[in-house]
Design a binder for this molecule. Sequence first.
Ligand code: CA
Length: 228
Amino acid sequence: MAGEPMVLVVEDEPAQREVLAYNIQAEGYHVMTAEAGDEALDIVRETPPDVIVLDWMLPHVSGIEVCRQLKMGGETARIPIIMLSARSEEVDKIRGLETGADDYVTKPYSLAELLARLRTQLRRVRPATVGERLEYDDIVIDLAEHRVYRGGEELRLGPTEFRLLTAFMERPGRVWSREQLLDRVWGRDIYVDSRTVDVHVGRLRKALKAGDHGDPIRTVRGAGYALG
Ligand code: CA
């Protein structure tokens, strides 16, 4: 499969599902969601994801059962599964059940920790997509440390500008429309005026140009923006 890694989020609680989907998407991954175990099994057979984030407590077909079925053999057995569970005692129990899950995260989890575990699993199956550094000309993004450098000097960027620059640096030369940047940086379900994109691109440019550097971002009239 080409392009960004695909993550399947299986969680029956709508708010938690949305938070997970939004934040995983903000990392630059594609996200599919399922709210029930049988639905998750159907999706995996139709469109195998690269990694599955799987809640233990699901109605009807539990997360454990989903995990067991997927890990039983065949193509689905190689897909890493990160199990979510409410308490650490449950994690012990899941471990004892030998479901074959690749990792376990206890709720309430820190999003940063979950995303780090996700990257670890993706590094196994899609090493090229989880590069820890992005480089373009004299600009370097250290994704692991969340830092940006230009000509060796660290730049201070806001979180939106950081995500914008990451999108640009993943595809140098690609022309992004404002709508594509909105989807990629803010997420599909968030309403943001497209002029907001211009404001944040303006801030990113200003930060990148600090200290007499040239402007690496190109405005493409009638189309959007591109790096280089
Ligand atoms: Ca649940």
